[in-house]
Design a protein around this ligand. Sequence first.
Ligand code: ASP
Length: 605
Amino acid sequence: MCGELRAEDAGQDVVLMGWVNRRRDHGGLIFLDLRDRSGIAQIVVDEKIAAAHAKADTARPEYVVAVKGTVRHRATGLENPNMPTGDIEVVASELLLLNDAKTPPFSPAEDAIANEEVRLKYRYLDLRRTEMQANFALRSKVAMAIRNFLVGEGFLEIETPFMTRSTPEGARDYLVPSRIHAGSFYALPQSPQIFKQILMVSGFDRYFQIARCFRDEDLRADRQPEFTQIDLEISFPQMDTIFRVTEGFLTAAFAAAGIALTPPFVRMTYDEAIRNYGIDKPDMRLPAMVSLTDELTPELREKLKIEQSLPVLGFVIPDAGEISTTARKSLLSEIRGSFGDCGLDILDVQRLKTNEAFAHLANNIEDLLSKELRRFSGDAEVVDTGHLIIVVTPKLGTPAMWNYDPQWIYKRVGALRLELGAKFADKHGCFAKTGTAADFKFVWVTDFPMYEWNEESKTWDAAHHPFTSPHEDDILAGRLTSDKGAVRALAYDIVLNGNELGSGSIRIHRKDVQAEIFRSLGMTDEEAHERFGFFLDALEYGTPPHGGIALGLDRIVMILAGAANLREVIAFPKTAKAIDLMVDAPTPVSDLQLRDLHLRVAKRS
Ligand code: ASP
């Protein structure tokens, strides 16, 4: 291959085939940079080989070429240290033009092409670029490492259907109209959820699939209407079994990209995540929030006009650099401004220090935050290089909104921690890439709430999906009916650097519990039967306890490739408007096709 040739290959005869990356005409000598998927080699065509020279003369970028020749050292001083093959060149003895090419709208030889629409329209040219070739080589390697690991752990890879019926991940379905059954539709699966659970009923014990999922959601930058999950399910599991298997395949996937992870990963409950990070997907690359609630005694609160009995939270942005008094004040008032009138305020700890009545409080706050900073740095000596201290207090006279959601203040302060973390990223360097395992902070978040209050529809929705098992204690205590907000689920997320990589749960395996959960979600028995009757039936035929998880493969590869967008690691992705610009889909179809499918298109008035 072009990219594999090295100095020690000098003297070898080779046959290379690929695309003309660049062509330089030096009169008697024509240089062709020949590119295949392994890289680029320089071909020299001498006018003494007249037939080859004549063909090289007409060759243009992206022509497809075959070369026979001999590898030789480049002349001293003409080596190119920036190219892996820069020590050698191939002297052509024979050249074939296998195909010509129109002048492309952009050159695959370029590193960065600004216009993404053009890249997507001419995706076949875009994919020729070295960077894209590397992304897909990595994707293939990562997927294979995961497969090998799981097969080694006794998993069977089993395919589940694309044409099925609505599954309960909660997004909108893509529908496929049936020609044979007028007015009926298949749904594309949002995940293999029900099928993998049924495979457990069928006794397969350990299933996995690198599965395509389809969700008709409003797209954000990091979503695609079809995406790939590493999906698995295990019978008779402890949660630990699922954590161990997931950590195992992630370690294998990262090893395929040259990164050595060291499981087990940190674990915390949902409540701990909210209390310490103000979010259910904590970014552990920054120190946690610290509760200062007890430091603010009733007397101090009265003097400082802070609401009694509500939490006071602080955090440190490490190494934010020296900040002048004016800069600090303007930063703090900027933050106050961003709070609007939600009732939060900022305590200026520097200023407290200058007031005798509050100096003791200020020192206590600094001590507690330094303690967290030491924990964060693995008990290393912490040198003060301008750590930015932020303390958020609830003002006297709290707005009513807090009463509705006791976690509100934690979430707001958690968001501020992330905003300031991003703002000072250049200073603290906690997000900088070192190319080692230190760049990747994994955490398991467990014990999610079972239900989520839907303010719009005034109903309780399943926070994960309705097959997730509630905690046994919460079932026994009757909370499914009496106190839904307090029911914990046996559900867990795997989080990396503040992004959810995947989620899963221990499932319900008893029909009575499953029926009870459907009821508690506001579904009548008839509705439940209509949607999931086949599944409720299956549960009655000896269903083993089971559980599983699914992780987004696209996102994992994106992170490992250091890409900024999922589209960089999906060969034929859709745009943010769900369009495939290359094939131009979706499109209207012919009246005949519509008629076959018993459909008529009505314009919405
Ligand atoms: N099917 C679930 C999802 O896609 C994952 C799982 O519970 O295994 O979120």
